[in-house]
Write a protein that binds this ligand. Structure first.
Ligand code: ADP
Ligand code: SF4
Length: 702
């Protein structure tokens, strides 16, 4: 199939996008706190061929400040230079720069500005903070229009080509005004649909008047909240709103709401283009170009969206994070080299926990300015000698790939007959099939690299390794799940386990150990695994009780926007859920639980307990090798050697590094990062603060 269609320019009001690849606004927690990192992060996508690059949501006024979240900020003139960094770096690669102006209303607790929040009507802010928003007066509404105009003018001065008004994700005042459930007003901004849309119309018109001669005006609108009659729906008011405003914006950016529906994970929306049913009506009602998202990574699907008249521009947040060079790869016919998003939402979680963006598939994401990393280019190796990587999981695969790109001859050894480590097991769990993409992307290239030798079914010992005489050793032997229950709730393990009681670990389930009857899944890990194993055991016919010390199942998945969906799914499957309880004792035919608040006990009959508590590093090999390591290998606190560079008296003893779960068990994203980090920087001399990475420093000018 020809993909030329994707590389046609698209006119958007007074500007022209060079192609149909459109990075829609997305958060990265760099924003106003890390302006250089923000600019470099957006620029890398422009370099990779995206025709339009947008900011994240940008606050326009201190009365809607969403601290501690780090989004964009354009409160006054002083913010312009930071935005110019972004627009200049994007323009350098021929892309257009877009900015999403946002007023958050009752979504903003104003923790920095300490101004009383205001919204369409008086109501609590939506972040569980004990704060209410007051209702806007007509004077406030007039001010809000002016703030949008002022911000739009500042945005134009900063060099943006596309300026958004934003009514999405249940997070912005324009959306709040439209929704009957929030809008209780009795003036000209409440009641009829026309009144509820008035503010949006006025703001779009005002922005156009102010900057429309130079900038395109885009409108981001959530057309489907997926909550039935109470919310926005295509079959009801959303269609009327698009009809009413049809030709007013220069561009429609349409999606579903809330954020958990828009950025749905692969576990809950496995298909690309999953928003199509909700958004396809929009193009029938406007001649303006339409952009939408749906975790698009397949060029065929993208072409089909355009040909079938669903979208004009292929929007992407996560696919552009996982692969900033996705458009170039399509253009160059390198489809196998696309680093496909796996739909895990680690990127989203970073925003929710207010830490700079990272990505499971793309370890360079967020590190472009800080470490000077590039998703496609590797710095040439600085040392002589070969490299041996032991362990073919996410850490080992990424480490081997990066070493090979840096020019080192690499041997990658794996005990098992197949590659992928934990990915092999986890991708077979319900809803996690896409996780195998982390392996596939890397294995494909390793298999084709002339300087890489892949040695499956090779369990290496320290002796074997030292016998090879290889200079640079990377130990990525992973981790295994603990059987003793040691974890956050029981730092010393569950003390009372009766002899003969059946205690299983996730590794037993992976190994195919037969499990029947009633299984208690004890989840003190709180990420996805406990919940997903409960789901699998239930599907296999077991009676399942999930016990967790947390107030909810899979608690950390709140950050990946999955928690409520997981809990709903487990309830629907008939899994019994016991929260806020720890495991006190495991007996032959029952276990005893203890309430973490009252210490009241309860007993449940069960045939087995599955412990999902914590993992132990499989680092014996690393420890066996350690005595052989040169004393010159002074490992710095960054995990990198501080040893001498190769020279005439080059030491003969190898250097050895422990990476991934073997060093410290964590997410797949952390393992990939660890492999990339070590392979990229093990041969650089210096300590962290002496130049291995840059930090954004606060100016002391007032
Ligand atoms: P990570 O997430 O850090 O990559 P994994 O647990 O996914 O860790 O992968 C570790 C891999 O290392 C597994 O595939 C395992 O079979 C392999 N492995 C463990 N010990 C050895 C060894 N001594 N020799 C070769 N491979 C090993
Ligand atoms: Fe996709 Fe996961 Fe990367 Fe986010 S973190 S872009 S969901 S692979």
């Amino acid at each position: 199939m020809s993909y030329d269609l994707l590389f046609e320019p698209v006119r958007i009001g007074p500007v022209t996008a060079p192609n149909r690849f459109f990075q829609v606004p997305h958060c990265n927690s760099l924003g106003h706190a890390h302006p250089r990192a923000e600019a470099a992060n957006r620029a890398i996508k422009a370099e990779g061929g995206w025709g339009v690059i947008c900011t994240q949501e940008v606050e326009i006024h201190p009365s809607a400040d969403i601290s501690p979240a780090i989004e964009g900020r354009l409160w006054d003139q002083r913010d312009i230079p930071a935005h110019q960094l972004m627009t200049d770096s994007v323009h350098k690669h021929g892309a257009l720069a877009g900015i999403e102006l946002c007023y958050n209303g009752h979504h903003a607790p104003n923790l920095y500005s300490r101004v009383a929040p205001m919204s369409v009507s008086a109501m609590p802010v939506d972040s569980n903070y004990p704060q209410q928003a007051r209702a806007m007066s007509l004077a406030d509404i007039k001010s809000l229009r002016q703030w949008h105009v002022d911000a739009a003018k500042r945005a134009m001065e900063a060099g943006y080509d596309i300026i958004y008004a934003y009514a999405g994700h249940d997070m912005s005042s324009l959306m709040h005004f439209m929704l009957q459930r929030y809008n209780r007003r009795t003036d000209q901004y409440g009641g009829s649909l026309e009144n509820r849309v008035r503010l949006t119309r006025e703001i779009l018109e005002s922005i156009k008047d102010a900057v429309g001669h130079r900038c395109a005006v885009a409108f981001r609108f959530a057309v489907d909240e997926k909550i039935g009659a109470e919310g926005m729906r295509p079959e009801a008011e959303a269609t009327d709103i698009v009809s009413m405003l049809a030709e007013l914006p220069d561009l429609w950016d349409v999606n579903v709401s809330d954020w958990s529906n828009d950025s749905a994970t692969a576990r809950f929306e496995p298909q690309e283009g999953y928003q199509e049913d909700s958004i396809r009506f929009v193009k029938q009602l406007t001649t303006r170009p339409v952009v939408g998202v749906g975790r698009f990574t397949s060029a065929d699907k993208m072409v089909s969206q355009v040909k079938r008249g669903v979208l004009d521009l292929i929007g992407a947040a996560r696919p552009s994070i996982a692969d900033p060079f996705l458009p170039s790869k399509i253009k160059n016919g390198e489809l196998e080299l696309i680093r496909e998003c796996i739909g895990c939402n680690i990127c989203v979680a970073c925003d929710n926990i207010v830490s700079p963006i990272r990505c499971t598939q793309n370890p360079t994401m967020g590190e472009e300015w800080k470490r000077g990393w590039h998703p496609e280019k590797a710095k040439a190796g600085r040392k002589k000698g070969e490299a041996l990587v032991v362990g073919g999981g996410p850490a080992g695969l990424e480490c081997a790939l990066q070493l090979s790109k840096r020019g080192y001859p690499v041997m990658l050894a794996e005990a098992g007959s197949d590659w992928g480590g934990r990915l092999l097991n986890e991708s077979k769990l319900p809803g996690l099939a896409s996780y195998i993409r982390v392996r596939d992307y890397r294995l494909y290239q390793l298999e084709r690299s002339a300087n890489v030798q892949l040695l499956a079914e090779n369990t290496l010992t320290a002796e074997d390794i030292l016998d090879t005489g290889i200079q640079h050793l990377f130990i990525a032997t992973g981790s295994t799940w603990r059987r003793d229950g040691r974890g956050r709730e029981h730092p010393e393990g569950v003390s009372m386990i009766e002899n003969g009681a059946r205690v299983l670990t996730p590794d037993d389930i992976y190994a195919g150990v037969a499990v029947t009857g009633h299984v208690v899944v004890y989840d003190d890990d709180h990420y996805y695994l406990g919940g997903v194993l409960a789901e699998q055991l239930r599907q296999r016919g077991c009676e399942v009780t999930l016990v967790t010390p947390s107030p909810m199942v899979s608690a950390w998945t709140e950050h990946t926007l999955e928690q409520s969906k997981i809990q709903a799914r487990l309830i629907k499957l008939g899994i019994n859920i016991v929260t806020t309880h720890s495991l006190r004792k495991i007996a032959l035919d029952h276990c005893e639980l203890s309430c973490i608040y009252s210490e009241a006990h309860q007993s449940i009959h069960c045939d087995a307990v599955l412990m999902v508590t914590s993992r132990q590093s499989e680092d014996q090999l690393y420890r066996d090798l350690s005595p052989a390591i040169s004393s010159a290998n002074d490992v710095s606190h960054d995990g990198l050697t501080d040893g001498p560079d190769d020279g005439p008296n080059d030491r003969k003893k190898p250097d050895v590094f422990c990476i991934g779960d073997c060093e410290a068990p964590s997410t797949v994203a952390a393992a990939v990062y660890s492999g990339h980090h070590c392979a990229s920087e093990f041969d650089r001399i210096g300590t962290v603060d002496e130049g291995l990475y840059r930090r954004e420093m606060i100016s002391l000018e007032s």
